[in-house]
Design a binder for this molecule. Sequence first.
Ligand code: SF4
Length: 155
Amino acid sequence: MNYLQYYPVDVVNGEGTRCTLFVAGCTHQCRGCYNQKSWSFDAGIPFDQAMEEQIIRDLQDTRIRRQGLSLSGGDPLHPRNVKCLLPLVKRIKAECQDKDIWCWTGYRLAELNTEQREMLAYIDVLIDGKFIQEQANPALAWRGSENQIIYRFTS
Ligand code: SF4
């Protein structure tokens, strides 16, 4: 898996102060996509062990307390990305137990396959669905268009 950007401190992609990882690769081709550069799986740079260690370190950093990790893209739930992200989210829940994980995907919750659904056990907040330009609403929090749904799996 490649990623486009990593923000060690982020206050706009989810609630609280967070770490945010923008992964590469998306096949939804939404009209009006905010970041078409993220569609290619070859964009950005490889997600390696050093990056994984940095995320864990940042989440455990007590000087700047993060509420959790946000996964955006691209599409973190594309099957190619799930292979790499599943070990990461498992590790976060094991080693950073008070941190939440938010995830944005262009898939609808109901259409996720078995492998994609494995991620749900570790995700606290899922924002699903493609961006639909005709339903775009800049006043919405955490989502771009009215069709997208915010699922809070934990309180
Ligand atoms: S799902 Fe997101 S990244 Fe993918 S095309 Fe749609 S808006 Fe762009």
